[in-house]
Design a protein. Structure first.
Length: 217
């Protein structure tokens, strides 16, 4: 019995050590925070409020993802996430690039907006579509707009197939974090929005909303 207890204690100590080394969970008064570490890159992330938007990669793809090469790609993505930089994945045709991106979002518990770009993809597929809701015509935000406003990861699958008419829209969003919407709103880079907001007086706090400026995460 003593030997069994010692073995159980040793196993528990090993598991606790692994948890401390790789994923450490703690909380403060408002948010649950996680720390994920891949190699020498460590990053703290906030728990998602919309877990249905977090992808799940089926275990049948483990043979592709459980490799040092894949781990290196995930480490690089985590580094870019920490630096708040956009990422372009390119390689041979197939699902590997998509799986890497989805696995990264699963590990970091990031919400995802996804669109598969084809030669038929139009401006409205990225920005807004007019739909009939309760007998009223309204503009409904699409994937790129939802990702920008809510701080989600936007996966543009098949970017090489994009036609020239949507490239300026994507370029302006990715480089300048700006986009003019059909309903009159204008997506604005967070730093610029915050600067403009700091210049306003307290009684002018709703001025930016009157200008239809929307802060991009």
């Amino acid at each position: 019995n003593n030997n069994n207890n010692n073995n159980n204690n040793n196993n528990n100590n090993k598991l606790n050590s692994l948890n401390r080394n790789f994923i450490r969970k703690f909380s403060n008064q408002q948010l649950d925070l996680f720390t994920i570490k891949i190699g020498d890159i460590q990053f703290e992330l906030k728990e998602s409020l919309n877990k249905q938007l977090i992808p799940f990669v089926d275990s049948k793809f483990d043979i592709l993802l459980n490799s040092q090469q894949s781990l290196g790609h995930l480490r690089w993505l985590l580094q870019k996430e920490k630096l708040k930089q956009d990422v372009l994945l390119f390689g041979p045709p197939g699902i590997y690039k998509r799986l890497i991106a989805l696995k990264f979002c699963e590990l970091t518990q990031r919400e995802v907006e996804y669109i598969s770009i084809t030669r038929d993809t139009t401006e409205s597929d990225l920005k807004q579509r007019r739909e009939i809701i309760n007998n009223t015509s309204k503009f409904v935000d699409q994937c790129a707009v939802r990702a920008a406003i809510n701080g989600r990861i936007l996966i543009l699958d098949g970017l090489e197939k994009a036609e020239r008419n949507i490239l300026p829209i994507l370029n302006n969003l990715l480089e300048n974090r700006e986009m003019q919407l059909e309903d009159g709103r204008f997506l604005t880079r967070a730093s610029r929005f915050d600067i403009e907001q700091s210049k306003l007086l307290i009684d002018q706090s709703n001025y930016l909303s009157k200008l239809s400026l929307v802060r991009v995460h």
